[in-house]
Design a protein around this ligand. Structure first.
Ligand code: FE2
Length: 214
C-alpha cells in the first residue's frame, strides 16, 4: 500500500512588520482625520478615487507606495512569477468608526495589500491558524481570511477554513485578490485606519488584435 499526501493549491499570504513606523502612521492617520472625505472604504473599482494622486505632495503616501511595492515584489518572488513589466496601483483607505465592520468581499485586481496605521492593541501573534479556534469569536477589528474553496468548511469537521489576522500598526499583508476577507467590528473609541492597495499586473504586450462586438 502506498499512501501519498498532497496539499494542492495553497494561497500565499505575505506579512511584513515594518519597524519604526510611528511618524508614518501619525501622518497617514492625521491626513484622514483632517480630510475624512478622502476615505472611500469599499472602493474596488478600477476607476475609483486613487489616493496615489497625493503621492507627489504627501511624503507619507510616497513612502507607503514604496512599502507596498516591496511587499508585492516579495509575493511575486515567492510565487516564482516572472515577466511582469509593471503594475497598475489603486490606493484607498478604510477608516472605521467605533462599531464599524466590513462584510465579506474580494477585490477586482490581481493582488491586494493592506497596511495598518491605527488599530486596537493586540498582544498575540498577528496570525492565528490554530485548529479549534472559535470562528464566531469576533474579537476587535480582526481581519478574517476565508478559505477560497467554496463550502470548504463542510469538508468533514474541517476547522481550517479561516485564518484570523490580529492587526497592529506597521503591519502589511499581501495576498491574491480572489481571497475572500472581512473585518469584525471595531470596538475602540477611536477611528481604526487601514490603507489598501489593489495591484493589477502588467505583462508584455501580445499581438495586437481587436475584435469589435457585433
Ligand atoms: Fe478588502
Amino acid at each position: 500500500m502506498q499512501i501519498t499526501q498532497h496539499t494542492f493549491f495553497p494561497t500565499r499570504v505575505i506579512t511584513i512588520q515594518f519597524p519604526e513606523t510611528d511618524a508614518l502612521n501619525t501622518q497617514l492617520c492625521e491626513l484622514l482625520d483632517h480630510r475624512p472625505e478622502l476615505d472611500d472604504k469599499f472602493n474596488t473599482e478600477p476607476d475609483a478615487m486613487n489616493l496615489l494622486r497625493l503621492a507627489s505632495t504627501v511624503p507619507a503616501i510616497a513612502q507607503l507606495r514604496t512599502m507596498f511595492m516591496t511587499a508585492a515584489s516579495r509575493w511575486l518572488e515567492a510565487e516564482g512569477i516572472r515577466g511582469v513589466t509593471g503594475m497598475d496601483l489603486l490606493l484607498f483607505t478604510n477608516r472605521m468608526a467605533p462599531g464599524d465592520s466590513t462584510t465579506v468581499h474580494n477585490h477586482r485586481a490581481d493582488l491586494v495589500g493592506i497596511y495598518y496605521a491605527r488599530t486596537a492593541t493586540n498582544s498575540q501573534a498577528p496570525i492565528q491558524t490554530t485548529d479549534g479556534a472559535d470562528y464566531f469569536d469576533a474579537g476587535d477589528g480582526v481581519l478574517l481570511l476565508h478559505d477560497p474553496r467554496f463550502n470548504a468548511n463542510l469538508t468533514a469537521v474541517c476547522e481550517r477554513d479561516h485564518v484570523k489576522v490580529f492587526p497592529r500598526p506597521g503591519l502589511m499583508l499581501v495576498f491574491p485578490a480572489y481571497l475572500w476577507h472581512s473585518v469584525t467590528p471595531h470596538r475602540g473609541n477611536f477611528h481604526r485606519v487601514a490603507w489598501s492597495m489593489n495591484f493589477t499586473l502588467r505583462w508584455p504586450a501580445g499581438p495586437e488584435e481587436f475584435q469589435p462586438l457585433p
